[in-house]
Write a protein that binds this ligand. Structure first.
Ligand SMILES: Nc1ncnc2c1ncn2[C@@H]1O[C@H](COP(=O)(O)OP(=O)(O)O)[C@@H](O)[C@H]1O
Ligand SMILES: [Mg+2]
Length: 426
């Protein structure tokens, strides 16, 4: 130990007060490491763990045996940037790690510590221990549990998003009530007039061709009436909002049926998985279907954009949207919706859940889709997140609590949302 000194010693002197000679005593050093609240792992230059302190065992909820000798990458996930995971997997190339540390990048990375199905959010820092020849001896990994902080951040974000979109949604709601009223009356008159016309055309001698035109007209009216009806439902949804234990498979199937024709026309293939053993979730199925349809529509829009962008026209890759269902330890069900359209850059990813944020310039897109999705999923105590690779594709994940989750809390959240209050905390 004596030969080793931390690489920062020449630039940053020991900041503690007092005599550092006490640290030369092995058992004191170990006692200090063991009493620190943060996780401390020490790995060799190949990234294999050689020491884990008591907090590490506690946080990772594991025995020393299952840590020692394992590579640190096995326990780290959700590194937000690609360079971080690159660095981790090249941990046996200390020069790369050194470079990052010199650039100050390996401090306080937000990441996840995983064991089994559990992921704990942490701030990770890496430090290198070098000998006098500047050869790396050890990598010291420290991690701070930030579960509590993340929860507060989420609640704050939830509150911000719901206050902004609540106002706008309310305005939209009021607008749609007016629209429904304005349109449904002339529409029923139009229907009456067409019926009269059809009656007259029933007379002998009138060509069948014309009658068909009128019948087509009826179909169009029916479609408009259905749209108006769903708008009316949307603006009155508070009264109709009933939670029930629902089967994720059938919601996925319904959503896929709704978009099928549209997707076939564009040669987009939908591959939807089924899992008969999936636990039920507690939700309003119409809401979840709305979320799924929104996500599918976004994938469609991305393919449209890809079709009309430079640089993509030569791609003969098939257009595929995949829906997979992943149970997570009985408490959660995840729905993954991925496409191989065009992905999005980081600056876009950061804003997609903002109300009225849209990169589509066609007048049809309002930029409200994902903000509504997030509101709905938040109100169920779930989570929605996205991974995207520019030029390659996008994956949305919906994480929904199963019926095992505290139902009262979900109801409280939902009622909170409906009554335009901040979601309740327990
Ligand atoms: N699957 C996807 N692939 C690429 N970009 C997407 C995808 N889904 C969403 N986006 C981006 O997120 C933005 C916001 O989406 P959304 O809230 O549904 O609004 P809108 O679809 O009306 O633009 C889109 O304009 C688009 O830039
Ligand atoms: Mg959309």
């Amino acid at each position: 130990m004596e030969k080793v000194e931390t690489m920062r010693r020449d630039t940053v002197p020991l900041s503690g007060v007092g005599d550092a000679r006490v640290l030369r005593d092995y058992s004191t050093t170990v006692a200090i490491l063991e009493s620190v609240q943060d996780v401390i792992l020490i790995a060799g230059t190949s990234g294999r763990i050689e020491y884990a302190n008591r907090s590490a065992l506690g946080l990772l909820d594991t025995k020393l045996d299952s840590l020692l000798g394992h590579c640190i990458d096995e326990f780290i996930t959700d590194c937000p940037c690609e360079w971080a995971s690159d660095t981790l997997s090249s941990a046996n190339k200390p020069s790369g790690v050194l470079q990052y540390i010199n650039n100050g990048i390996l401090d306080n990375i937000e990441a996840g510590f995983k064991t089994g199905d559990t992921i704990t959010p942490v701030y990770l820092s890496f430090n290198l221990v070098q000998d006098r020849q500047n050869r790396v001896q050890y990598i010291i990994i420290t991690a701070k549990d930030i579960t509590h902080q993340k929860r507060l951040e989420k609640e704050l974000r939830q509150h911000q998003v719901s206050t902004i979109s609540r106002d706008r949604l309310q305005a939209l709601g009021e607008l749609s009530v007016g629209l429904v009223h304005e349109i449904s009356q002339p529409l029923s008159i139009l229907r009456l007039k067409l019926e009269m016309l059809l009656k007259q055309m029933e007379a002998p001698g009138e060509p069948e061709k014309n009658r068909q035109i009128v019948r087509d007209g009826f179909q169009l009216i029916d479609r408009m009436a259905a749209t108006i009806d769903s708008m009316r439902k949307f603006s009155h949804q508070t009264e109709e909002n009933i939670l029930s234990a629902v089967n994720v498979n059938s919601m996925v199937e319904n959503a896929v049926n709704l978009v099928r024709a549209d997707f076939e026309r564009r040669n987009i293939i939908i591959q939807a998985e089924k899992d008969p053993n999936l636990p039920y979730i507690l939700a309003n199925p119409l809401y979840i279907e709305q979320v799924l349809v929104n996500l599918l529509a976004n994938a469609r829009d991305a393919f449209d954009e890809r079709d009309s962008s430079d640089g993509y026209e030569d791609r003969d890759e098939r257009k595929i949207v995949r829906i997979s269902l992943v149970p997570k330890g009985g408490e959660w069900v995840e729905i993954h919706i991925s496409d191989n359209a065009m992905g999005m850059p980081h600056e876009v990813v950061r804003k997609i859940f903002d109300p009225f944020f849209s990169t589509r310039k066609n007048g049809r897109n309002t930029g409200m889709g994902l903000s509504i999705c997030k509101n709905i999923i938040d109100s169920l105590g779930g989570d929605i997140f996205v991974k995207s690779q520019p030029g390659a594709g996008t994956q949305f994940t919906l994480r929904l609590p199963t019926g095992h989750y505290d139902e009262r809390k979900q109801l409280a959240n939902l009622i909170g949302m409906i009554h335009h209050h901040q979601p309740q905390q327990q």
